[in-house]
Design a protein around this ligand. Structure first.
Ligand SMILES: C[S@@+](CC[C@H](N)C(=O)[O-])C[C@H]1O[C@@H](n2cnc3c(N)ncnc32)[C@H](O)[C@@H]1O
Length: 219
């Protein structure tokens, strides 16, 4: 695990260009399609960066609360979406979301999970803030061996095994859990040498049950 405080503050101004080289809008389209987003609903964009997911959600008529720990990323986002209706920016992390229980219809985290300290805890938090019937969609990297991604892009985790992600979703109380290929790779060239990292992206989804009913009591 490698972590450098301030990395995302430093790259905030270039993030949109960097992001476009790493992965395309196809990831966002897939995440939105898997969630089946409906206009008028409220979504949380967790680890929002400069608002890649937020943009797609606003375009589809959802309201968004975007949560992001980096002040520079939030500043970029505030500039980019100045005057946009239905958007609120909040400082916070995935492990301690600044949102009440059962307060959003959807939670999205695109390329955020491999940066958080404790992924299962982050998933529990994301499930906590979902309303009953709400949907969590996480898009992130499959497990890989590219040290350049850890060293140069300050990823904490070398992607994830899909079965671990599915288990964390279920342990967080989500149902209808699916983890499948997003149909897109994340690509990054290392600054030295000829290493070109190409890592497949998964889309994980799960729904919060509508009731806490555990069965029918019989006498
Ligand atoms: C790879 S960027 C992705 C940004 C955005 N979701 C996108 O798709 O362009 C990861 C983002 O997660 C944020 N981040 C890092 N640690 C985090 C944490 N513990 N909780 C929430 N977000 C975090 C970073 O500041 C950064 O903006």
């Amino acid at each position: 695990m490698v972590l450098e405080e301030g990395y995302f503050d430093r790259v905030a101004e270039q993030w949109d260009r960097m992001r476009a080289r790493f992965f395309s809008e196809a990831v966002r389209e897939r995440a939105l399609a898997v969630a089946g987003v409906r206009p008028g609903c409220l979504a949380a964009d967790i680890g929002a960066g400069t608002g890649f997911m937020t943009e797609g959600l606003l375009d589809r008529g959802l309201r968004v609360v975007a949560i992001e720990p980096s002040a520079a990323m939030r500043a970029q986002m505030a500039r980019k979406f100045a005057g946009a209706e239905g958007l609120e920016l909040r400082e916070g992390t995935a492990e301690a979301l600044p949102l009440p229980d059962a307060s959003v219809d959807y939670a999205f985290a695109n390329m955020c999970l491999h940066h958080v300290e404790t992924p299962p805890r982050a998933i529990r938090e994301m499930a906590r803030v979902l309303r009953p019937g709400g949907t969590l969609v996480v898009t992130d990297l499959d497990e890989h061996r590219f040290e350049s991604l850890l060293k140069e892009h300050h990823d904490r985790w070398p992607g994830f095994k899909r079965e671990d992600v599915a288990r964390w979703f279920r342990e967080a109380g989500l149902v209808d859990v699916r983890v499948e290929c997003a149909g897109e790779d994340c690509c990054a060239r290392a600054s030295a040498g000829d290493i070109y990292a190409r890592v497949s992206i998964f889309v994980a989804s799960g729904r919060k049950p509508k009731t806490g009913c555990r069965g029918i009591a019989t006498t």
